[in-house]
Design a protein around this ligand. Structure first.
Ligand code: NDP
Length: 273
């Protein structure tokens, strides 16, 4: 029987998730139909129950309804509970179960593909939305030095900073006032600025010689953040495509109890960019 999966969010048409999951499924001879279901805020409950009745097995959730999905779940993984946001779901005994694989997907990409890990690093995290929350949560066990979380809405940054004593919350204005001697090893852009072709308002000096990673991706072109980081002498820049593939692999494992090989899938996506 063809397995039915779907992505819910708004927008969804640009998403690479169907291509990624179909390539994963081919590795195991699984027949898959992966739909994109346009789901504006407030409509998830309705769309998800129609999907379940049509033999839906599970799926993914994207912006702007990851917290709405969290609120709908009967049960969640610990990491989803921590992030209060869902990117992966399925049903078990008629109960909706949620998980958040974004943070682990990010770490897996760094470790498997770039041979990097956060241990001992000073990290500047821009943004305090769902993706930033998943990263802050996964970093709590990573042995990093400090995590500086910068957001326009300081309350969201402060709420993430409560996760660990080595986390600090800042506004963009307060970042501008911190000690000139402070240096960051990594600068991670977890804002949605690149989707609007903007860059977060920080001084370019913070980028010098850093690893600058944008969670957004832009069909093979450097994102606005990557171009800006290179202009300000970042040592290495990267986008969120690898994270996308790795977080998808963890979701696929939850649905089919099989962990796909992400290397050929990421290589395929990069070759078509
Ligand atoms: P959210 O909507 O939850 O959060 C958006 C964040 O961006 C908030 O911190 C918001 O700040 C900030 N922001 C938006 N516009 C601006 C601006 N003009 N200047 C400064 N900050 C801004 O989104 P997500 O956390 O889910 O997603 C964030 C990004 O990460 C998106 O680009 C998304 O595509 C990407 N992503 C990539 C994944 C991958 O697998 N590669 C997985 C998940 C997300 P404020 O709170 O102050 O409004």
């Amino acid at each position: 029987m063809v397995k039915q999966l779907a992505l819910f969010g708004d927008p969804v048409m640009h998403s690479l998730s169907p291509r990624i999951h179909i390539m994963f499924a081919e590795q195991f001879g699984i027949e898959l139909n992966y739909q994109r279901i346009l789901t504006p805020k407030g409509e998830l409950s309705k769309h998800i129950s129609v999907f379940k009745k049509a033999d839906g097995l599970g799926g993914n959730i994207t912006v702007p309804i990851k917290s709405e999905a969290y609120n709908l779940c009967h049960r969640c993984s610990e990491r989803a509970e921590h992030a209060k946001a869902i990117n992966t779901f399925w049903w078990e005994n008629n109960e909706l179960v949620g998980d958040n694989t974004d943070g682990e997907g990010f770490l897996n990409y760094l470790e498997k593909h770039l041979e990097m890990n956060p241990s001992g690093k000073s990290i500047l995290l821009l943004g305090a939305g769902g993706a930033a929350s998943a990263l802050a949560s996964i970093f709590t066990h990573s042995g990093l030095n400090t995590l500086w979380i910068v957001n326009r809405d300081i309350y969201k940054a402060e709420s993430l900073a409560e996760m660990h004593p080595d986390y600090k919350a800042l506004t963009y204005d307060s970042l501008a006032k911190i000690d000139e001697m402070q240096q960051f090893d990594w600068v991670i852009n977890a804002t949605s600025c690149s989707l609007q072709n903007k860059v977060p308002k920080i001084d370019g000096k913070w980028l010098k010689d850093t690893i600058a990673i944008d969670l957004s991706y832009c069909g093979g072109e450097p994102t606005s953040f990557m171009s800006w980081a290179l202009k300000h002498s970042a040592g290495h820049v990267d986008d969120g495509l690898g994270m996308l593939v790795e977080q998808a692999a963890l979701g696929f494992e939850s649905w089919f109890q099989k962990l796909p090989d992400t290397y050929p899938v990421l290589a395929n996506l990069r070759s078509r960019e």
